[in-house]
Ligand binder design. Structure first.
Ligand SMILES: *Cc1c(COP(=O)(O)O)cnc(C)c1O
Length: 379
């Protein structure tokens, strides 16, 4: 029996072991443990890859998210619009600034922020919109930009899942005032530890983000403003520098895997496959299918039994995400209730993420697809 893990970081490491080991050793030889040349070289190359002027590497994507909103002066009393369906870290940037997260439902096909619903959520206190490029698909940036401009609101991107993704021929990252990325090991571009970045085309904002990243200092021990320690480690910069060279190739492989799944599962009427909006390049951080309502209306139950059935056949799968943000305990005080965001809730009940990584073989994809078909023959 084949075995299909959810992702396989060992296979990728093996393919670049010599180069990565050498780069890490170099950092140690130079004892350049925090920031340093490996990080600044990577910052330059990552900015180039996304056609932006500045890249500031951080200790994680969550910290990058916070830094961007902090540098943009988001503060207590402000409201920040955030999709109800995303990883929780998207909300921490706003909450760490003392602002109130205001959740908005996602679009029923793309699962990204629904611009129509964003308009309804805007109040006199709304200061920013965080557009997440969820699962690797760019959000509807033109519509969001138009809203932000008309209402004089800041627009930022959370591109933690969308390295090298494109919107109308442009790379994500330069489509808003500031964009955070994550280099968590399982992301499309992953470090060998924690890591993240903020990119921007704004010179002043970039300088401020750099200052906040390092204790608010303009030079060592001279602190212009309050800040924090959000620096990247040298070893992470070195690993990312090696891996960046392969990213385009790996992204193409992810798209190959997605196309193959779609080809093999296309005719199943019990599931909805990922939808790719016109004019975007989806980079498939995740491949999330959704179980559709049937006569019994027990979507979550069928999703869970499909997940178990795959597990019995040594196929891993994931849930992204089982609980939308408005239903999380930590946001109880905001007063949302079940039923507020039906699209996000349906996705939480019926969504299932299939194994997705560049090294997945056609045999493995066929095996996974075959088991899914078998499941629906009897269920
Ligand atoms: C992973 C992720 C983050 C956080 O990144 P970390 O590097 O793990 O802190 C933020 N937003 C989204 C959408 C993510 O997927």
């Amino acid at each position: 029996m084949l075995e299909v893990p959810f992702l396989d970081l060992k296979a990728q490491y093996k393919s670049i072991k010599e180069e990565v080991d050498k780069a890490i050793q170099e950092v140690i030889d130079n004892t350049a443990f925090i920031l340093g040349k490996a990080v600044s070289d990577f910052e330059n190359n990552f900015a180039k890859a996304h056609n932006v002027k500045h890249c500031i590497c951080t200790s994680s994507g969550t910290d990058g998210n916070h830094l961007a909103l902090w540098a943009l002066n988001i503060q207590p009393g402000d409201e920040v619009i955030i999709p109800a369906n995303t990883f929780i870290a998207t909300a921490w940037g706003a909450t760490l600034c003392g602002a109130k997260p205001v959740f908005v439902d996602c679009h029923k096909k793309t699962y990204n922020l629904d611009p129509e619903k964003v308009i309804d959520a805007i109040t006199s206190k709304t200061k920013a919109i965080v557009a997440v490029h969820l699962y690797g698909q760019p959000a509807d940036m033109d519509a969001l930009k138009e809203i932000a401009k008309a209402k004089n609101i800041i627009l930022v991107e959370d591109a933690a899942q969308a390295h090298l993704a494109e919107y109308k021929g442009k790379k994500v990252g330069g489509l808003s005032e500031a964009t955070s990325f994550s280099f968590y090991p399982g992301k499309n571009l992953g470090a060998y530890g924690e890591g993240g970045a903020v990119v921007t085309n704004d010179d002043k904002l970039a300088a401020k983000i750099r200052m906040l990243r390092e204790h608010g200092q303009s030079e060592k021990y001279y602190h212009e403003t309050m800040g924090h320690n959000y620096r990247m480690e040298g070893i992470q910069g070195a690993v990312l520098g090696v891996k960046l060279k392969y990213l385009e190739n790996w992204t193409n492989e992810r798209r190959r895997v997605a196309a193959k799944y779609k080809e093999l599962l296309n005719d199943l009427d019990r599931i909805e496959l990922p939808f790719e909006a016109e004019g975007v390049k989806h980079v498939y951080h995740l491949f999330v299918l959704r179980i559709l309502n049937d006569s019994t209306n027990k979507v979550q139950k069928s999703r869970d039994s499909l997940k178990n059935y795959l597990q019995e056949n040594k196929i891993a799968s994931g849930l992204h995400y089982p609980v939308p943000l408005h239903q999380q305990k930590c946001f109880e005080n905001l007063g949302y209730k079940k039923g507020d965001f039906p699209v996000s809730e349906k996705l939480a009940e019926g969504g299932l993420s299939l194994p997705m990584y560049p090294e997945l073989t056609n045999d493995q994809i066929e095996y996974v697809s075959d088991k899914i078909r078998k499941f629906f023959l009897v269920n």
